[in-house]
Design a protein around this ligand. Sequence first.
Ligand SMILES: Nc1ncnc2c1ncn2[C@@H]1O[C@H](COP(=O)(O)OP(=O)(O)OP(=O)(O)O)[C@@H](O)[C@H]1O
Ligand SMILES: [Mg+2]
Length: 616
Amino acid sequence: MFCIQTIISCGVWFFRSCAVFITPLAWSIFMTNQLPKVTSPSIVTLEDLAELADYSLQDTLNCDPDAKENGIDYLPRQVFTGHYVPVNPTPIEDPEYIAHSKHFFRELGFADSMATSADFISMFSGDLSQLPKPMRKLGWATGYALSIYGNEYVQQCPFQTGNGYGDGRAVSVLEAVIQDQRWEMQLKGGGRTPYCRGADGRAVLRSSIREFLVQDHMHSLGVPTSRSLSLYVSKSENVKRPWYSEGSRSKDPDMLISEPVAISTRVAPSFIRVGQLELFGRRARKNEHPKAMQELEKIVLHAIEREYADVIDNQLSTAEKVLMLACEFRSRLTSLVANWIRVGFCQGNFNSDNCSVGGFTLDYGPFGFCDVYDPHFQSWTGGGHHFSFMNQPVAAQQNFKSFCNALRPLLTSYQGTLQHEPSKKNSLQQDYLQQLDEIQDGFSNVMQAQMEKMWAGKLGLSTFNKALFSELESLMAQTPVDYTLFFRELSMLPENIAPLKKSFYKDSEDMDLRWSEWLAKWKSLIASDNVAAPRSDDEISRQMKLVNPKYILREWFVVPAYQQATAGNYALVRELQKIMTQPYAEQSKEIEDKYYRLKPFEFFELGGTSYYSCSS
Ligand SMILES: Nc1ncnc2c1ncn2[C@@H]1O[C@H](COP(=O)(O)OP(=O)(O)OP(=O)(O)O)[C@@H](O)[C@H]1O
Ligand SMILES: [Mg+2]
């Protein structure tokens, strides 16, 4: 991920544009630490997978008419129409296996052995030339627009039009229907595309390990996310990236380092972003070309089919579908953000192009989990206050505004069945637009309700108590506490504040007094809850531990893992993957001593660990 300083200092001109609460059943899966039981995998070879290939995106959406048929389309150019551009990914040289998601392989019915088989490695390190039929030997990239905190931008596009912005290094390579679920598989770091803006189209090992680990982790935390499939590194291809010298306290990287390139593959029902709908929404609004409205409608209907088919009736009119989509997305997005805050996650660059329409977390570059509770926590120095930890609900609201703006032309141009009765048509249009406005205006109330439900859950209470929470928030910030440790210790229902102090970064008698008072109030609320619906202490504690994870992917755990991996040792990556895919489990004493800890003093204010201005 690049910021403006980096662009200037390094001459690299592209830059970062940068569910609901989980059911008890799902929680019990995380808690019991069991992989879903699949007797024997049904997909053992790439040929097995090939049989499930089903490229409906390419078949139903519009292809860029200027695209090169062979997909060798690596120079930045404007893409004026069409939903996707066929692109032949550029394989990384000498790929080596690092990891695959065992959980996800199980879910898909893939044999673990596939991840190390030669043809699977080739495909997911970017070489599509030998794919068995009916797989296609071309991947595809998509264009998207960018809004930052609700403001439309085209400046990030090299042509200053917005037509040259999109997947600059993400290339989808397969759509398949696997066990009744449709998945799109996308390489990240798969080489240049017409949207690369002159950059190399690569992802380095460091950022690929971060993204690979955190996707698996977020899923195990019960937070909707794109999923990790596989991770391969090149044994011979390196690229240069700005980074921090050892021990650097500088905000910006102070050197260029050479890093191995890698390809991680992520999987989701679709990779449609709010920014993508916006690209077509803006074109339709400005009537940029004759097919602009039709292309907007197609992409929106496609998003519904991919992400909301189970809740939006296909028989409805487009306008009705659009309104339902807005409602459903609002509910997923608010739930997602409440879940982020529940686990201490900050998406430091929550632009519209990093906001998936499916309502799951997407683009793990400038992310971080907070150690110390700080409402302004933000590890990406380019992200600013607006994308900081506790401001994420407002950032989400801004993305929701961009989302509604993208849909609006479909309601304004509503044709329906009333073409011959213009007066009725006009009033229907007004009605639809008003309904969309109401859905948009209702965002903050829905968000607030999700947040209150989430805080009540973290505190083991049936309802949110404003006074208790306000005092807690100021205590957590003033002490300050370690966010994860604090809630996990509280989940043990401590008699007094002594166990909670394990989470304190500083000790002070004044604060102790306030904490003791707070704990007493909290206990009395737990007790009054118990009058209405009696629960044993064990039960309360068990429920709280299902909401408050014990293990979180802190940046200072990840740094040594990618450093060792760069030297060819993947043991720590695999260890972290194992631990962080059971975040609610107690795990062994040895793991607890190593990973259930306050952030050591020496890592504070350390460039590349506590913050980074580049995360690509
Ligand atoms: N090395 C690169 N080469 C080409 N394009 C890049 C590169 N790095 C980032 N980009 C593009 O710059 C834009 C902003 O980057 P950003 O960091 O948000 O995305 P990303 O991490 O690459 O991708 P995603 O959002 O797909 O996870 C994106 O369109 C991305 O594709
Ligand atoms: Mg991005």
